[in-house]
Write a protein that binds this ligand. Structure first.
Ligand SMILES: [Zn+2]
Length: 431
C-alpha cells in the first residue's frame, strides 16, 4: 500500500468511533457508560451487543467477540479491510484516494478534517426505517399475497427492505441500498393490488421519497428538511441498482438484472440461485431518451461498477433485447455480461403481449410444463442447475391452487410424487 493511503488510513483510525459507526445501522440504548443493542452480527432476541465509548470497542456477548469500527464493518457488511477503510473515509469525510494526496500526515492530525470533495447526501436511516411497516395497507404486498404464502413475502420484505408510504393510497417504497448500506434513493409507486400493475390513471403514481416529502411540506406549509434540500441540490442523484446491498451475500451466485423492481422480487422467489437486481425502469428510459445508451455509458457504467468480476445475466423485457445487448457491450470490461433472449424466444408460443416482462410470464402464462420441458436444458446452461427446477416447483404448486413457494417442502413433495422424475434434479434436491 502506498504511503499516502497509509497515512489516510491512520488519520481515519484516529477519529473513528465505533459507537458512531454502529449507530449508523442500529438504534442504540444507553446503559450506564455504555451503549447496547441487539447484535447486528448474529440473530438474537435479547441485546447482548455492548459498545464502550471510552475503550472505543464493541463486544458481543453472544459469541461474536470484540473489535473496533473496522472489524465491525468488515463483519457486518462482509467487506475487506480496504473497503472498510473506504467506508470510514466516506463516513468521516476523509476520502481515501491515492490520486489526491491529503494534507493531513501521520503525526499531526486534525480531527474531522474538512471534506475536500462535497460528501454525497444519502437518505437518513430514520426516514428509511419509518417506511418499513404498514404492510397491511400496502397494495404491492397485497398483490404478492395473491401469489405467495405470507412467510415467503415476509422474508422478501426483509431481504429487500420494502417500504410503505402514504404518499399515494397503499403505495410501496423501493429503496436503493448500496453494498455499504447507504440509502441512496427511494422510489414511491402505486400498484393495483389485484393485477400487480402500476397505477397510471388518472395520473401516474410515481415519485421519489424526497419528492413525496417536499410535497407534504408544501401542503402543510412547513420548511423542507435540510437533508432533502441538500439531496435535491445534487446534480446526479446517488442512485444504484435495486438490490445492490445483496451482492455480497454469496460471491459465487450469478447476478440477474431486470428492469423493474417487481420482477426482481418475484424472480428472487422463483429462481433463488441468482441474486436479483433491477435497474429501475425509469432510469433505463432516461438513458434511451438522452439519445441512446451510447451517449451516456459512463453514468450507466457507474451503476454496474460494483458487479466487477461477477457473472451477470440481463433479462430484458419483451422488445428490449437489442437495447440491452447494446448495454451489455458497454459493460463487458466490468463483468461477464450476457443477455437472455428467453422472453423473445417464447413470446409467440405463449402469446405474450408486447412489453411483457419476466414477471408477467412467471405469474400468468399457462402451459408451463411444456415450456419447462422445452427449455430446461437451455435454462440450465444459462443459469445454475436449479433454475428450471424453481419454475417447476412454482407450476406444481400453482396447479394445486397453492401459493406456497417453500423450496424444501416443494422438493420433498415433488420427489415423493414422482412428478418430476429427472435424475439431475433429484440429486440436486437431495444434496
Ligand atoms: Zn453477536
Amino acid at each position: 500500500m502506498n504511503e499516502i493511503i497509509e497515512a489516510q488510513h491512520e488519520a481515519i483510525k484516529e477519529v473513528m468511533q465505533v459507537k458512531e459507526v454502529v449507530e449508523h445501522f442500529e438504534r442504540l440504548q444507553k446503559k450506564g457508560r455504555n451503549w447496547r443493542c441487539k447484535c447486528p452480527l448474529h440473530n438474537e432476541n435479547t441485546p447482548s451487543f455492548v459498545i464502550s465509548p471510552t475503550r472505543n470497542i464493541y463486544t458481543c456477548f453472544g459469541g461474536c467477540g470484540s473489535g473496533d469500527a473496522i472489524k465491525f464493518l468488515m463483519h457486518h457488511l462482509k467487506i475487506d479491510y480496504i473497503q472498510a477503510m473506504k467506508w470510514l473515509g466516506d463516513f468521516y469525510h476523509m476520502p481515501v484516494d491515492e490520486t489526491t494526496p491529503r494534507t493531513y500526515t501521520r503525526p499531526t492530525i486534525a480531527k474531522r478534517a474538512p471534506a475536500a470533495i462535497p460528501p454525497v447526501q444519502y437518505i437518513p436511516k430514520d426516514i428509511f426505517n419509518k417506511t418499513l411497516t404498514g404492510y397491511a395497507d400496502n397494495n404491492f404486498v397485497k398483490f404478492l399475497l395473491t401469489l405467495f404464502e405470507p412467510r415467503v413475502i415476509e422474508s422478501l420484505l426483509e431481504k429487500y427492505y420494502i417500504g410503505t408510504s402514504r404518499h399515494y393510497p397503499g403505495a410501496v417504497v423501493f429503496w436503493q441500498i448500496d453494498e455499504l448500506f447507504n440509502i441512496r434513493y427511494g422510489k414511491v409507486m402505486g400498484y393495483n393490488p389485484e393485477t400487480g400493475k402500476r397505477i397510471k390513471q388518472p395520473f401516474e403514481q410515481i415519485n421519489t421519497i424526497c419528492g413525496a416529502i417536499l410535497k407534504k411540506c408544501l401542503q402543510t406549509q412547513q420548511e423542507a428538511p435540510e437533508w432533502v434540500v441538500k439531496y435535491e441540490a445534487q446534480d446526479t442523484k446517488p442512485q444504484c441498482l435495486f438490490g445492490l446491498h445483496l451482492i455480497s451475500e454469496d460471491l459465487n451466485k450469478p447476478i440477474a438484472i431486470v428492469e423493474s423492481e417487481k420482477t426482481a422480487l418475484v424472480g428472487s422467489i422463483f429462481a433463488p440461485d441468482f441474486i436479483w437486481l433491477a435497474t429501475g425502469a425509469k432510469g433505463y428510459e432516461k438513458y434511451n431518451r438522452q439519445g441512446g445508451i451510447n451517449e451516456v455509458p459512463e453514468l450507466l457504467k457507474a451503476k454496474f461498477r460494483q458487479l466487477a468480476g461477477r457473472k451477470v445475466i440481463l433479462f430484458p423485457d419483451l422488445g428490449a433485447v437489442e437495447d440491452w445487448q447494446e448495454l451489455a457491450k458497454h459493460l463487458q470490461d466490468i463483468a461477464a455480461v450476457t443477455v437472455s433472449d428467453l422472453l423473445s424466444t417464447i413470446a409467440a408460443t405463449y402469446q405474450l403481449p408486447a412489453k411483457s416482462d419476466l414477471c408477467d410470464f412467471l405469474t400468468s402464462v399457462p402451459a408451463r410444463r411444456e415450456l419447462i420441458e422445452t427449455y430446461k436444458d437451455a435454462l440450465r446452461d444459462q443459469a445454475p442447475q436449479t433454475t428450471a427446477e424453481g419454475w417447476v416447483i412454482w407450476e406444481y404448486f400453482r396447479d394445486r391452487g397453492l401459493r406456497d413457494c417453500d423450496r424444501i417442502q416443494a422438493h420433498k413433495e415433488i420427489i415423493e410424487s414422482g412428478y418430476f422424475n429427472n435424475q439431475s434434479i433429484r440429486s440436486n434436491a437431495e444434496r
